[in-house]
Design a protein around this ligand. Sequence first.
Ligand code: RAM
Length: 331
Amino acid sequence: MIRRNFTKLVAGLSLAASMMGTTAIAEDMRIAVVVKALGIGFFEAAAKGAEEAAGELGGVEIIYTGPTDTTAEGQIEVINSLIAQGVDAIAISANDPDALVPSLKKAMSRGITVVSWDSGVAQEGRQMHLNPSSTPLIGNTIIKLAADHMPGGGDVAILSATATATNQNAWIEAAKEVLPNYDGVNLVATVYGDDLSDKSYREAQGLMATYPDLKAIIAPTTVGILASCQAVTDAGKIGEINVTGLGLPSEMAGCVASGATKSFAIWNPIDLGYAATMLAYNIHNGASTEAGASVPMGRMGSATLDSTGSAAMSDPFTYDSSNVDDFKSIF
Ligand code: RAM
């Protein structure tokens, strides 16, 4: 009897131990959040959201990493090192849709869960992609932001991030599609500041020099919009050229106060980092990524995958002098 109980006890203990073991493995998860480049405020805000998700989930470590500049080569090095470290998941905002595919495929073949967010990877290189918002909506928003303050129409230019950025290229394409709906708005150029402040500043200066009648610079990048605002301000062209696009209230409040920027838009980058982390976690733990599947993303609800394995988070929000100060301490 005693022996039987003892056997039962041992069996029970080893079951508990193996359950604990299983739990420990499931919970001891390292998620690498790979960004386009380090030092960009937008991604630092997303990292806060990733940490929030990890805290909620428990037993999840976030490795926030990325290259020092916005290149695919830099990201490939980072991915290879993450494969060598044996992380459990990679959630990446890509500098190029195709160049990262071979290294991400290698990661997946080693059992690493791969999702892209913000700026996507081609479908074969990831298990799903989370867009911040609907691409046509963002494309229309960035043109409308400019058009709303140009009643007589006129020349506008786009100052983008890198020429290979999946997200900016998709938004620009969508913007060009709706351009005919905006009478008199004339897109004269698209230039690339590579999400580097100094290069973006020089590109904005170049636009002003080449197009003296420019009425707006549309920068669908948080780095580009801030650098453009600085270039327009330094050139004494506030009131002449409106700088708009996608920016962070924390970085753009001064530009709105000075009048260099009438309005701009963005979604919540903290929510985006949070949602991407939740998706990586849930897919790693078995959530389906079939078309039509809904993957839970904590307090952000769930992401419903389309036929390309993509989903969108939420609509962008417009900021101007009436509300920018309420958000500038948040992101
Ligand atoms: C920059 C990056 C990022 C983009 C935002 C709007 O921070 O290019 O990918 O989503 O701008």
